[in-house]
Design a protein around this ligand. Structure first.
Ligand SMILES: N[C@@H](CCC(=O)N[C@@H](CS)C(=O)NCC(=O)O)C(=O)O
Length: 119
């Protein structure tokens, strides 16, 4: 799987994190995000007209929303996660998987931090 990646991007970071957690080996394709704005160039706009990264390529499949990419990696690692899961199980799994680092880390990191602060 090829990840169009920028090292300082929180959206790319969470994809790299999920890949590491699920044991998926990524073929990293560095994007000259700054100063080159390569994500606004013809090659990457052809993959993602929204002009953002991350972009994940897996054969013919192109995924462009980081949360969708996390779902894809998690579902590949543990197909039972979605197939046959109850609404409650699916929601609990989504709570763990769908997070935005820019929001101040995932809910489980915040829960750990709050528990430590509470003693
Ligand atoms: N909703 C998108 C947002 C991704 C995003 O904002 N990526 C930033 C880098 S962290 C980007 O490419 N920004 C350029 C732009 O949106 O013009 C996702 O989650 O994948």
């Amino acid at each position: 799987m090829k990840l169009y990646d920028y090292i300082l991007s929180p959206s790319c970071y969470k994809v790299r994190l999920m890949a590491a957690l699920t044991g998926v080996k990524l073929d990293i394709r560095p994007v000259d995000f700054h100063p080159g704005a390569e994500h606004k160039g013809a090659e990457l706009l052809a993959l993602n007209p929204a002009g953002s990264i991350p972009i994940l390529e897996d054969g013919d499949l192109i995924l462009t929303e980081s949360s969708a990419i996390l779902v894809y990696l998690a579902a590949k690692a543990a197909p039972e996660w979605l197939a046959g899961a109850s609404a409650e199980e699916a929601a609990r799994a989504a709570m763990a998987v769908l997070f935005r680092p820019a929001d101040g880390k995932s809910w489980w990191r915040k829960a750990d931090r709050n528990a430590a602060a509470a003693g």
